[in-house]
Design a protein around this ligand. Sequence first.
Ligand SMILES: Cc1ncc(COP(=O)(O)O)c(C=O)c1O
Length: 377
Amino acid sequence: MTSVDGTDVRAAGFVPPPYPYARLDGLLAIASEHEGGAVDMSIGTPIDPPPPEVTAAFSRSGAERGYPSSPGSPDLRRAASRWMARRFDIAVDPDSIAACIGTKEFVGTLPQWLRLRSPDRDTILYPAISYPTYEMGAILAGCRAVPVPLDAAGRLLLSGIAPDDAGRALALWVNSPGNPTGVLDDLGAAAAWGRANGVPVFSDECYVEFTWSGPGRSILQHGTEGVVALHSLSKRSNLAGGRIGFYAGDADLVRYLLEVRKHVGMMVPGPSQAVGIVALDDDEHVALQRERYAARLARMADILGVWTGQQITGPAGGFYLWFAVGDAWTWAERLAREGGAVVSPGEFYGPVAADHIRVAVVQPDDRIELVAQRLGV
Ligand SMILES: Cc1ncc(COP(=O)(O)O)c(C=O)c1O
């Protein structure tokens, strides 16, 4: 069993590696020297307010008194089903939908539950450039974390998966729109590969409401057999603090996961479940948020494009700018020094991305203009 830096963690005893964003403290200190402070565009944490009628549900539900349902209340699961019907034109049985406490914990714990179910398998496949928790979840479960190479368009190169790895795989992760790349993957191809190889496919679709190129897509539009889609209200509804997510799809997989998760007390707090229902039934606030991110992506691409003299194009989905800069740490330090902005070096998302930078446009417009002013553009 190997850790991120290749050491045998059983021999050494597991030492958690530094949390990626803790490695940005130096850049934060440099950016903070600017009058007006640092403009933090490193972590993709939402900053805009959810609608008041959504947040009001936190205090109105009375659901804080008793233990909440671990798979989620019937009303929450039905609201998730209604949302998927509106958004993707698909009918998903509420019994094949279950809640998670935000999606990070689901990503981080899934491998151990799958490994208990299929002890003869030990491998998690995940995109070579991706959200770090896919790899970390595998490591925490004592599994092999095997990155899947990407093609020239940034999609999973499914033909690049070695037959031995496919035969040992507990799951294939796909993430569309992708963090950090913004790429829209071929979800039909991922589902077909999983079925052909007997590998469950987990599709992290937490940025789907911010799809800029065509309609939002779900892997469940290609059937539910052997596939599970993962959704979050963190980004869609600016409710990252409420910790509300859900997974949906293959009836057997969802049933197994919700049963095992009950035993460890995985429960979205009742007031958060109540908020989730109101948020899922409302699309207007999402349309407004879409406009905000679209405008910020365009403005930030423009600012950094003028500053660097390079053309920076927006993503096909999500709220990150992702572009090559050469030595990412040096580039990020210069931006912190000159613009007072903090961004993430590509190596956080995979060693093959060390020459890239990720910029999360999660700052209000006036803070983005402050960066422009500092950079003199
Ligand atoms: C690709 C991806 N998946 C999952 C998450 C986790 O989000 P949450 O736990 O808030 O649902 C994030 C958060 O940034 C993400 O980028």
